[in-house]
Ligand binder design. Sequence first.
Ligand SMILES: Cc1ncc(COP(=O)(O)O)c(C=O)c1O
Length: 391
Amino acid sequence: MNLTDLVGRPVAAIDTPALVIDLDAMQRNLERMQSFATQHGIRLRPHAKMHKSALLALRQMQAGAVGVCVQKPSEAAAMVAGGVTNVYVSNQVISLPKCELLAQLNRRLTAQNGQVSLAVDSLLGIQRIAQAMATQGAGSCMDVYVEIDVGQARCGVPPGQAALPLVQAIAQHASTSGSLRFAGLQAYHGRAQHLRSAAERRAAIAQVVMDVQRTKALIEAAGFAVPLVTGAGSGTFSHETASGVYGELQAGSYLFMDADYAANEADPQQPQFEHALFIKSQVMSRTARSTPGAADERAVVDAGHKSHAIDSGLPTTWAGHGADWVYSNGGDEHGILRGTALPELGDTVWLVPGHCDPTVNLHSHMLGVRGGLVQGSVEEIIRVDARGALT
Ligand SMILES: Cc1ncc(COP(=O)(O)O)c(C=O)c1O
């Protein structure tokens, strides 16, 4: 069956395994996050590396987001091709061809009052983007953020003095060619998002905020304005917001809420989000019912780790079933369920992926369902525009 033929059909018509969005839950997540940002007077720039869909990025922007983040120039290109006009690459880019792509996209979007912006953490990175901007001729300028490492131990210079030479180098390009502008600091602590207790997350971000404040003060003392600090994810954004230092939130996963995030202790300061991304699977093999409850009793579903990423843990079964089955890895194409009152051969089982970003990247489409996973019907087919956009 053609995918578009599914539109208007009941959920039961969706073949398995399939990536399904509960559109009602997603909409509630979208509104909760946007109203948090609006109420607190902070910009929201959701991370589109999570859903990789220009359509969903546009919906987030229609609701009030200033633009979206991506991690890769090819993701940025997919967003721009889908009509997104404000894209920030919150990551390091060193290769010249990639910088040239960003410079071209930025030129295109500047003409539409939009922009592409970029993070840097090295003089070479600055030199390369400046070189690429030069090939575009005069008239376009790229916003560049200096990334500081606030605990992720990934990209970024150490907080403090090390950021200053980078700010100076950007300022040099700003004054000579006007091709770059120092737009502020990127400060994102990824590991803090998944610290399980709310107190641990709060403490981690308290340290982050001190590092950001110290770096910002140092840059300002050297005579440079720091227009914006951008960062934060779905696990900690209320703390970055409360600091008063951050001006922009980059949370992404809140829109779909995966099983890994659901394992975090809830934080009363943050809005709560619902699972909105599911794998629809079907029981394809079942041990005989003659031995119910026997140690080897199992139901095998047709979704293995080709259907969902397992880097952050295995999927959970959706509690909406009223049953608590434990999913264990059956390999590429299988998942093995154990528990009580297991589903029967042919039954549908809804799985909540452990990690939404790499799960989405395994699929070319997401099926948007309205009216719930049991009674609802397919409303739209959402393309994963940046699927496989790894460069
Ligand atoms: C730089 C950056 N900002 C923001 C996010 C969004 O985090 P989350 O999806 O956990 O909300 C990520 C996710 O990995 C990221 O790498």
